[in-house]
Design a protein around this ligand. Structure first.
Ligand SMILES: [Zn+2]
Length: 202
């Protein structure tokens, strides 16, 4: 865990260069994406997980953190179809249980994490139909999920909407972030996001 602002952490994983977020308040904590490492649940006990989107590498370990609330956009579907995508990367089967969101929202919702305000936003389709941006206003930190990648180009699969991606990033930048945490790679600044090439856009 690397502390990027008071009580705001990122956890970097060698596996797929994945980056998780951890936001703490007084006696409470929220995890941004559950990732693939169930062992992390032995170190932290978040009361909530926010899934930035339904790609397998961001959601597989949720079960290990239960009981906790699982937040996502209302169009975020977590089911066994995600495992087909995982099978392209891993030979051994996934032997856990996928956990669907328990709490959803459409445009914006504000959460209280131990007295700390955390806003969840959906700015429209881009990397997926249901990308969630997690904003910690008092820290100037935004967790962008796979709307932003560092160290490798952002990825547009069949479920992406490249034509709307720049507009979504513009909305993200209106939050005036000091630090933007990508779904993969190291934290970046607003300028990086401004200059980031949009995958699949001509
Ligand atoms: Zn993704």
């Amino acid at each position: 865990m690397i502390e990027i602002a008071p009580g705001v952490f990122v956890r970097r994983h060698a596996e797929l260069d994945l980056t998780l977020g951890y936001i703490t308040g007084a006696g409470d904590a929220l995890l941004v994406d559950s990732g693939m490492d169930q062992a992390l649940a032995r170190e932290i006990s978040p009361s909530r997980i926010v899934l930035t989107h339904n790609h397998f590498d961001h959601v597989l370990a949720t079960e290990a953190f239960l009981p906790c609330e699982v937040w996502a956009h209302e169009d975020c579907v977590v089911d066994d179809s995600l495992l087909d995508d995982r099978a392209h990367y891993y030979d051994e089967p996934f032997n856990g249980t996928l956990v669907a969101p328990t709490h959803t929202f459409r445009d914006t919702v504000t959460l209280d994490v131990g007295g700390r305000r955390v806003d969840l936003h959906h700015f429209g389709p881009a990397h997926t139909s249901h990308d969630v941006v997690v904003h910690v206003p008092d820290a100037g930190v935004v967790f962008a999920g796979d709307l932003v990648e560092q160290g490798a180009p952002a990825q547009a699969g069949p479920d992406a909407t490249p034509s709307n991606w720049r507009a979504v990033l513009d909305r993200l930048l209106e939050l005036d972030p000091r630090v933007v945490v990508p779904g993969h790679g190291d934290p970046v600044d607003a300028e990086f996001v401004r200059r980031m090439p949009i995958p699949g856009a001509s």
